[in-house]
Design a protein around this ligand. Structure first.
Ligand code: GTP
Ligand code: MG
Length: 333
């Protein structure tokens, strides 16, 4: 893989000044902006003026001016079609452990993209996260990227023992595999934002990081915003995180996997019975959206709902003690 080449591109793209260098922004305003996720000039360039005004305790016209400066400084880089193609060529894939599932996704979970799995409790969202955190460490010819992972755990469901079990099943050294996963436990949505903001620092220290897991993306936001008439506010914060994640994916050529618990709606007569309760909060940003549901025994069905290039489709796979595998039913096809 042309790694140097990739890094060169990265630097070229991130040649922006710090937000505190923008006219009208000092370090005080910069740190307020950073505390809500505006870490760099690009994120500020696409910010909402009202939110910036509120966060920084400044007037809206001033906020607009700052955003204007950010837009100017970022120049909203365009890539030529060839540069774009070049970047797409660098896309790499992490195997899910099931060949059928990989094919559904066009070869596995992609770098430079956000892959979201949504489904009800026990549908296998976290199991896929464990599997990817192990598989990313496999050699290329075994479906991995010889990479490391970052895991943001918002529900306290990260299980080192499960990682060890999956690693052993792949003939990897379980302790080494655990060592290569950095876990950040988020206790509030604000904390989740801060942990995501920490990622560039971690990736700069360890360029082998190729996967970021957020399990789950929405749990803390759902809990904190329950019954409060602030859905737009929640949406805005979620969007900031998602856009920051997408930027990380592009900039460092890494894969983002996020989970989202939803309740199935078997009672729904019209429309999509798999539509998540609370709407597609994540949906508009995630590149690949996969709906997971339970089937017989340990089988699970993955349905590709949204993807830029792959057709919609469904496959079945199995959750086993050794991890995700193709199930007998799918092998017969
Ligand atoms: P929520 O987080 O509750 O929304 O669910 P989830 O979609 O994350 O479910 P998860 O991925 O935790 O899947 C749970 C299922 O995985 C269980 O019902 C088991 O079938 C299977 N599973 C979980 N842990 C193990 C394990 O250690 N061994 C085996 N064999 N199966 C497991
Ligand atoms: Mg889970």
């Amino acid at each position: 893989m042309a790694k140097e080449e990739n890094e060169e591109k990265v630097n070229e793209d991130s040649e922006y000044k710090d937000i505190k260098d923008l006219p009208g922004v000092g370090s005080a305003i910069a740190s307020k902006l950073k505390s809500v996720g505006y870490m760099d000039i690009i994120s500020l360039a696409t910010a909402n003026a009202l939110e910036v005004a509120e966060v920084c305790d400044i007037g809206e016209p001033t906020a607009k001016k700052i955003i204007g400066e950010a837009r100017e400084a970022s120049k909203m880089n365009f890539l030529s079609g060839l540069e774009f193609q070049d970047r797409r060529r660098q896309v790499q894939r992490i195997s899910t452990g099931s060949q059928a599932f990989d094919i559904l996704l066009g070869g596995g979970v992609e770098t430079q993209a956000i892959t979201e799995c949504y489904g009800e409790f026990g549908s296998g969202k976290s199991q896929l996260a464990f599997q990817l955190a192990v598989n990313v460490q496999l050699p290329n010819d075994k479906g991995g990227l010889e990479g490391h992972a970052i895991w943001i755990d918002t529900e306290g469901t990260f299980r080192p023992a499960r990682i060890e079990q999956l690693a052993a099943a792949k003939n990897l050294d379980p302790r080494e595999v655990l060592q290569n996963i950095k876990i950040g436990r988020a206790y509030s949505s604000e904390h989740q934002v801060l942990l995501v903001d920490k990622i560039p620092e971690l990736v700069n220290k360890d360029p082998k990081i190729k996967l970021i897991v957020v399990d789950s993306m929405m749990a803390l936001f759902r809990a904190e915003y329950v019954g409060r008439g602030t859905l737009a506010d929640r949406q805005q914060k979620v969007n900031v995180i998602l856009h920051n994640l997408q930027r990380l994916a592009d900039r460092y050529n890494l894969a983002i996997y996020i989970t989202n618990q939803v309740m199935a709606r078997p009672d729904q007569l019209f429309g999509d019975p798999t539509a998540p309760v609370g709407g597609h909060i994540v949906g508009h940003v995630a590149t690949y959206r996969v709906y997971l549901r339970k089937s017989k025994k340990n089988n699970r069905v993955a349905k590709l709902v949204d993807s830029p290039s792959m057709p919609e489709g469904e496959v079945m796979f199995e959750l086993t003690a050794e991890g995700i595998k193709d199930c007998e039913e799918e092998k017969k096809k």
